[in-house]
Design a protein around this ligand. Structure first.
Ligand SMILES: C[S@@+](CC[C@H](N)C(=O)[O-])C[C@H]1O[C@@H](n2cnc3c(N)ncnc32)[C@H](O)[C@@H]1O
Length: 227
């Protein structure tokens, strides 16, 4: 399948070098709008959505240069693990080199894979995050299903992605086709999580960005017949 403009950028050698400090704050800042959360506030929001406990096993899908994975690794304790997964070798190289200097580096692992074909057993993770990436995927809803499948019962999923600009109407689709950045309908991601069986699904919006979270239900308790 041909790569979109946005996907080609993600695989370039140049973008990983400027992504975390320039590209992300500038473009996401614009998309979040003047009242949107700062990057630090976004990470606090993310941790709130994932409810991490010491020892948590976390998967960060489409980790890019590892910025979100590192922000999570500080909160899983020494026995916790954060796996950052991405399709781009150049992003993963940056993730590894940046993380080598990081105090919690032993809690981090990075690997190359596609978000739709997650190379993990079902129910392997306590929490899964996917920030600033779902809008780039060719098959975003299959990726959401793959993320839900690797969550343990009771585990939580947190997504940050785009939303359609209400005033732009059909121009949202034109923008998506030209740039490769898909603009999701207001209830599209939320409904997808509900269809996947996640519960307590919440959604918060700021500008052209939405944060959506949900929890995989605990395994239903089998009630035993009284003797
Ligand atoms: C904009 S970066 C997001 C980095 C980080 N999650 C953040 O919040 O800043 C998007 C990443 O998605 C990755 N990506 C795009 N399509 C993917 C796919 N199908 N599977 C895995 N990663 C993908 C790109 O390689 C890129 O590193």
């Amino acid at each position: 399948m041909d790569r979109t403009l946005a996907q080609r950028l993600m695989h370039s050698a140049a973008l990983p070098a400027i992504y975390e400090r320039l590209w992300r704050p500038a473009l996401l800042g614009l998309a979040k709008g003047p009242l949107g959360p700062t990057t630090a506030q976004e990470m606090t929001l993310l941790r709130g959505m994932l409810v991490l406990a010491p020892g948590a096993r976390v998967l960060d899908v489409a980790c890019g240069p590892g910025n979100v994975a590192r922000a999570l690794a500080a909160h899983v304790g020494d026995s916790g693990r954060v796996v950052g997964l991405d399709a781009s070798l150049t992003m993963l190289a940056k993730a590894s080199s940046e993380s080598a200097r990081y105090v919690y580096r032993d809690r981090l692992r990075f690997l190359r894979a596609d978000a739709v074909e997650l190379p993990f057993r079902p129910e392997s993770f306590d929490a899964v995050s996917c920030f600033a990436a779902l809008y780039l995927f060719d098959r975003p809803f299959d990726a959401l299903a793959a993320m839900a499948a690797v969550l343990r019962p009771g585990g939580r999923l947190a997504i940050m992605t785009t939303r359609r600009a209400p005033l732009l109407g059909p121009l949202n689709e034109v923008f998506g086709q030209v740039s490769g950045v898909r603009m999701f309908g207001d209830t599209e991601v939320e409904s997808a999580l509900c269809r996947l069986g996640l519960t307590g699904v919440t959604r918060r919006t700021t500008g052209l960005i939405q944060f959506v979270a949900g929890q995989r239900p605990e395994t239903p308790r089998v009630s035993r017949a009284a003797p």
